[in-house]
Ligand binder design. Structure first.
Ligand SMILES: Cc1cc2nc3c(=O)[nH]c(=O)nc-3n(C[C@H](O)[C@H](O)[C@H](O)COP(=O)(O)OP(=O)(O)OC[C@H]3O[C@@H](n4cnc5c(N)ncnc54)[C@H](O)[C@@H]3O)c2cc1C
Length: 325
């Protein structure tokens, strides 16, 4: 049975057990997010012992060479000594300079653009406080040409990170940002774009939509934003103004529970998404004209819309998703 040493304490790890499971089971507070190797929030460094190859899946070469690995993919085969990431290896510093409420449950955070930080709107980063005590993923709603990085954060009642950002972080404080990750970003292809997201799933879609418009995307762009009620439709006016200014942008707010705004729909975003797929030209056999699809936000809703798109004949390679958990 391998023994894992972390901060001078030893923890047994059952044969075949994931390192993340073994340590959290024994009360160790390690950062983690998706638990599936996607968000890299659980990245740690091995200071001694062998790292199983699978645990370094999708880790960039410079960090691999320094023995970084993902705790959620790591089944130790022998004893390991591990440490939290060295901030200088993994993170960029950014100064928070604006924090505003977008509605009762969502805040917008703007931070200085770190040096040597290059990203595509819609990608996500892992945010962590200076003491590295929590790590969570947040999507980039800003554009690289803007002098800040922007995040839309939904406040969860007992959410450790969202509450810390809302209640303890002030203008002038610094936070750490990982390199950008993920594949939800605009591709300049001769296809319509269909974007759908719930809640702060709008954050990446807001970045992708503005990026596509900025790059003069010549085909239809349809953006669906789903919320429980009208109050959840943050950025409604800004998106409507954007749609008024661009004839190829169709913005459709969708409200589940109470009356929808004048240009919106009431009901489930899944139904509206299915309806949009039916009305887009050639989603069936004309592979050249199938839409590029971006789905973000609530995991179950994203999965349901992805299934709908696949059932409509859309190629898997044209569907990009970020599930928020
Ligand atoms: C790729 C990616 C991109 C993301 N981008 C964003 C973004 O742009 N904006 C954003 O607000 N969030 C985003 N998230 C979600 C974010 O990473 C956190 O999971 C979320 O903010 C909750 O963290 P927390 O520490 O506040 O809550 P936690 O302390 O982790 O959880 C508190 C409680 O809330 C529950 N909970 C956790 N997440 C959710 C959820 N999504 N819905 C309902 N209950 C939940 C937990 O089960 C727990 O009971 C993203 C996640 C991923 C994987």
């Amino acid at each position: 049975m391998p023994t894992i040493t972390f901060e001078n304490q030893s923890y047994p790890c059952e044969a075949g057990e994931l390192l993340l499971d073994a340590l959290t089971r024994q009360g160790v507070n390690l950062p983690f997010g998706c638990r599936a190797g996607g968000c890299q929030a659980c990245m740690l460094k091995a200071t001694d012992g062998d790292v199983p190859a699978l645990a370094q899946t999708n880790i960039e070469e410079k960090l691999r060479r320094k023995h970084y690995f993902l705790a959620c993919l790591c089944r130790p085969e022998s004893d390991m000594t591990i440490a939290l990431p060295d901030p200088a290896d993994r993170y960029h510093s950014a100064i928070v300079f604006e924090k505003v409420a977008l509605n009762a449950q969502i805040i917008r955070l703007r931070c200085s653009l770190p040096e040597e930080f290059s990203y595509r709107p819609g990608q996500f980063v892992n945010l962590t406080p200076p003491d590295l005590s929590i790590t969570r993923s947040y999507s980039l709603a800003s554009l690289p040409e803007e002098p800040f990085v922007e995040f839309h954060i939904r406040l969860l009642p007992d959410g450790r990170m969202s509450r810390w950002l809302a209640e303890s972080v002030n203008n002038g404080d610094f936070i750490f940002l990982s390199d950008p990750l993920g594949h939800c970003y605009y591709r300049n292809q001769p296809r319509p774009l269909l974007l759908a997201g719930t809640g702060t799933g709008l954050a990446p879609l807001y970045g992708i939509t503005r990026d596509a418009l900025g790059q003069q995307h010549p085909h239809a762009i349809t953006l669906l934003h789903g919320a429980l009620d009208q109050q959840g439709l943050y950025h409604h006016d800004a998106l409507q103004t954007l749609a008024d200014a661009h004839s190829n942008l169709h913005y459709l707010p969708v409200v589940l529970h109470d009356g929808a705004p004048a240009n919106g729909a009431q009901g489930s975003i899944q139904d509206q998404f299915a309806h949009q797929l039916e009305t887009l030209p050639s989603t069936d056999c004309d592979a050249e004209r199938q839409p590029l699809i971006f789905l973000c936000g609530d995991t179950a809703t994203v999965a349901a819309m992805r299934e709908t798109a696949l059932a409509a004949g859309i190629a898997d390679s044209l569907i990009y998703t970020d599930s928020f958990g």
